[in-house]
Structures are given as C-alpha cells and as structure tokens.
Design a protein around this ligand. Structure first.
Ligand code: KIV
Ligand code: ZN
Length: 522
C-alpha cells in the first residue's frame, strides 16, 4: 500500500506502544498493550506502531497479536537497519490486514559513529535494508534517526536512496528534541522540493519534547508539507516524551482556520484512552497538561468562574465534550450501586468484566464509607491499584505505625510472601522510612528508590493520596502506584506494587527476554 493521501488530511501514527513504552518505568503487560491497541484502532488512529519485535519475545508476541486483531489501522513494527531485525518485524506484522515495516538508522555525525560506518557504507546499508524490507512488505517506512542534526547534503542523499529502494513513508525524526518550529517546517519543505521522487511519498514528522516544542514542531512540519504526525498518548516517550496525540489532534480541530488539515481521529475518545494509558503505564498526567490534565477545563478564580457562568467561551477554546469529558459529573457516594459504578467507570475509560467489577465495587464501598463524596479522580486512583494484585507474590496484610514528635517512627508490618505470612517491626526516620525498612526486612531487595511522589487527588483532608514509587534494580525499572486516604498506607502499597513488578520482570528476563541495545545498529 502506498500512503498517497489527500493534501488536506494528516495521518496520525501512534507510537505509544513503542516509543512511549520506552519511557523508563512505563513497561506495559501483554494484555494492557492489546487493550491500548484496540482503543487506538477504535478511535481512528491511522497507523499503530505496536512495538519493536526484535527487542524481546514479549514485544514480538504483542506486535503479532495486535497485528492479527487489528481492524482498520495499519500495524507497524520497528526494525534497526539489519536483516535479522527486519525479518523479525515482518514475521510480527505480516498477519495484519495492513502491515508496515519501519526501519531506521542514525544518520547524524554522532550517530554514524555508533555502528562505525562511513557515509558511503551507511548509504549502502540503507539501500540494502530498505530493499529487503520492501521485498517483504509493500508498505515501508524509513527514518534517518537524529535527522535534525544530520548534514543537509547527506540527509538529502540518504532520503533519495530510501525512496529509490522502495520506502513509501519518509519519517524525519527530531530524535533529541533540538529543532525549532521554523526549522522544522523548512526542513520538510526543502526535502520535498529538492529530493528527486519526494512527491511520490508521504513525509512524516517525529518530534521529541526536550525543549517543550514537540507539538509546535510537528504542526510546523505539517505546514512544511508533512502528512503524517508521529505521536503518543499523553506525550509518553523517551526523556521528556514525544508529541502528544491529543495536542496535535485538538490543535488541528480547534484552529482549522489557520491549519486546514483534518485527521481521522474521533476526539471524543481522547479522555478515556488518556486515562487508561496513565493507569497502565504508571505515568500520571500532570495536572496542567494541555487537553487531558485535571485542570485543563477547571476554573478556580472568582473572575474566571463568573466569566464561565456568563459564557463558557470566555475562558474555554474547546468544549470538554469534544474530548469525551462529561461536562457535568454524577457524584458517587456510599449509597451508589454497582450499575452507577459501572457507568462511571465506562465514562472514565475502564470497561470491566463482571468479576473485575465485583472487586472494584468492594474497594469503592470501602472508600465511600471513609469519604463524603467520591470524585472521578478518586475512582481513577482506585483503579490504579494493581489490577492483578491477587496474583502478586508480595501482599500487604496489615500495617501499624507510631510516629510523632517524641522519637523515631516505628512500623509493624504483616505481609504474605508466596503464601506465607510474616511480620517485622522496624524504626526509621519518619513513618514512610520505617515502613519501607519493615518491607525490606521481610523481602530483601537490592533495588534503589529512584522516585517517590505523593499527589492528593481530590480536595479536603480526607482526600485520597496517590503515591508513585519507582525502583531500579540491575538496569530494570519498575513503577508502582497506589491510592489510599492514608498516605503511609498508599506509600507502602505503591512500594510493594513496584517490588512485585520487579519480580515479574526478573522472572521474564530469566525466561525469555533478550534485551537489545536500542541504539546499537550494528
Ligand atoms: O526518536 C527517534 O528517532 C525514533 C526513531 C526510531 C524513529 O524514535
Ligand atoms: Zn523517538
């Protein structure tokens, strides 16, 4: 398939499951990946980059299954510039109705040093690998990684080689988030004008957000002639992340007057997928994030509230309904039943089977007994509690803490470890420190704490605290999350959640995961 598209349309290429999942700590389970892929397909994303099949058995299986289940979207697998990667990517995507192979190599002076290839040798490698991919699949995307720091003449040369070898999409990545909007537009415009054969392919833009310019750069690239934007839900991705899907799609919709390009995305599905990705990736959305942040449609000051009551457009340029946010919310409390909870969960992006709903309902009732009103964010926090907690090897049974001004804090913890109940008491520098020490007394771990973050998700002293804990152990990173009206309990549960995730990862690595160095293109 050649992606010839009308000039007033922009293809949306979502890479949440590949570049997004590369964020340290954002690893998703197999089932979570399938679920996100289905949501992306249903919302009208044109191309889903489902993973990097050579990276691990798990990635391969996820890409293959997504390919087999896909409905409308093109399913793409990433491959470095070598025959093994490309064969593996093809094996994974070939059962899709619309498969694509995406192969890349770093073309900038710095990146050329990694495989230690001369310019000519790299040009030959590009010709050979794109040709190989094209012999397998008629939809091939090629990317010169670090394109924005590649010498102009060399970039033109290699783009031309890739087009001649059969690539139908040329993606120009700003891998290190270095470019500025005017340059982004200019780069695409000049490539289209000067590279022979450029008018027969689709140019794509793939921007990282190191300077906070990813969305601006992507839209500028479209103004320069790009017709595919690569992006992720919530802007998930390496370092500061990627262009956020919701930002480009809503910017194109809201400012159609000056950016007359449309997408096929059903924007009313944005909020649900944003919340789901935040839950499964363990990366909460910052409160003031454009479009999908908790405060994006909240008005606090008297002047703004007054203005809103007179005319919503005084302070809102988009309608909350356009992204699937209910304008008014149905408050839930201890008298609410299962049907109301199910309905609420659905609007928040959680479609649960009956047995899952049963568990959540018990937790919801427990919370409603302790809180006057249960807000949407309380429910989301509740859902973040490990959905497979029942299978976790480490389980918290009880926690009792004494702390205050008198002396060191002391925590007594009871945990079930592989089915056996164990107790420990430890002192520490504050209740959280004492509790974490007690957990470690029962389950020895070399993991280092990389992040400990507490959010109050709703207002009031009875607000639930959501705690995120990120641990690192021998290069593996795992993020745990939990929520509770008691911050110390939430902290311990999040810590145990992260330890459980590390155990799963350790188990997987032992069995089947062959890590590859992503930058090693040799
Ligand atoms: O940022 C980047 O260059 C990438 C490539 C693999 C396209 O993610
Ligand atoms: Zn990237």
């Amino acid at each position: 398939m050649t992606d010839t598209i009308p000039q007033d349309r922009v293809l949306i290429f979502d890479t949440t499951l590949r570049d997004g999942e590369q964020s340290p700590g954002a690893t998703m389970t197999h089932d979570e990946k399938l679920e996100i892929a289905e949501m992306l397909d249903d919302m009208g994303v044109d191309i889903i980059e489902a993973g990097f099949p050579i990276a691990s058995e798990g990635d391969f299986r996820a890409v293959s299954e997504i390919a087999q289940r896909s409905k409308n979207a093109v399913i793409c697998g990433l491959a470095r510039a070598n025959p093994t990667d490309i064969d593996r990517a093809w094996e994974a995507v070939k059962h899709s109705k619309r498969p694509r192979i995406h192969t890349f190599i770093g073309t900038s002076p710095l990146h050329r040093q990694i495989p230690n290839l001369t310019m000519d040798e790299m040009a030959e490698r590009i010709h050979d690998t794109v040709t190989q991919a094209r012999n397998l699949c008629d939809n091939v995307q090629w990317s010169p990684m670090d394109a924005t720091r590649t010498e102009w003449d060399y970039l033109k040369r290699v783009v031309e080689i890739a087009i001649k070898a059969g690539a139908s999409t040329i993606n120009i990545p700003d891998t290190v988030g270095y470019t500025a909007p005017a340059e982004s537009a200019d780069l695409i415009r000049r490539l289209i004008a000067e590279v022979p054969g450029a008018d027969a392919v689709v140019f794509a833009t793939h921007c990282h957000n190191d300077l906070g310019l990813a969305t601006a750069n992507s839209l500028a690239a479209v103004a320069g002639g790009a017709r595919q934007i690569e992006c992720t839900i919530n802007g998930l991705g390496e370092r500061a992340g990627n262009t956020a899907l919701e930002e480009v799609v809503m910017a194109l919709k809201t400012r159609h007057d000056i950016m007359p390009w449309s997408t096929g995305v059903d924007t009313t599905k944005i909020m649900a997928i944003s919340r789901r990705v935040a839950t499964v990736s363990g990366f909460p959305v910052q409160f003031n994030k454009a479009i999908v942040g908790k405060n994006a449609f909240a008005h606090e000051s008297g002047i703004h509230q007054d203005g809103m009551l007179k005319n919503r457009e005084n302070f809102e340029i988009m309608r909350p309904e356009d992204i699937g946010l209910a304008a008014s919310s149905l408050p839930l409390g201890k008298h609410s039943g299962r049907a109301a909870l199910r309905d609420k969960l659905k609007t928040l992006g959680f479609d649960l089977a009956d047995n899952q709903l049963k568990d959540v309902f018990v937790r919801f009732k427990d919370l409603a007994d302790r809180k006057k009103e249960v807000f949407d964010d309380d429910i989301i926090a509740l859902m973040r509690i490990s959905e497979d907690a029942a299978h976790d090897r480490l389980q918290l049974k009880s926690l009792a803490v004494t702390c205050g001004t008198a002396g060191p804090a002391e925590a007594t913890i009871v945990m079930e470890i592989d089915g056996e109940e164990k107790t420990a008491t430890m002192q520490g520098d504050g209740p959280v420190d004492a509790s974490f020490k007690a957990v470690r007394a029962l389950h020895a771990s070399d993991s280092q704490l990389q992040l400990y973050q507490v959010h109050a998700v709703t207002e009031g002293t009875d607000a639930q605290a959501t705690v995120s804990v990120r641990l690192e152990e021998g290069g593996n990173i795992a993020t745990g999350q939990s929520a509770d009206t008691d911050t110390v309990v939430a902290s311990v549960k999040a810590y145990i959640h992260a330890l459980n995730r590390l155990l799963v990862r350790r188990g997987k690595l032992g069995q089947d995961v062959k890590e590859v160095n992503y930058r090693d293109v040799g």
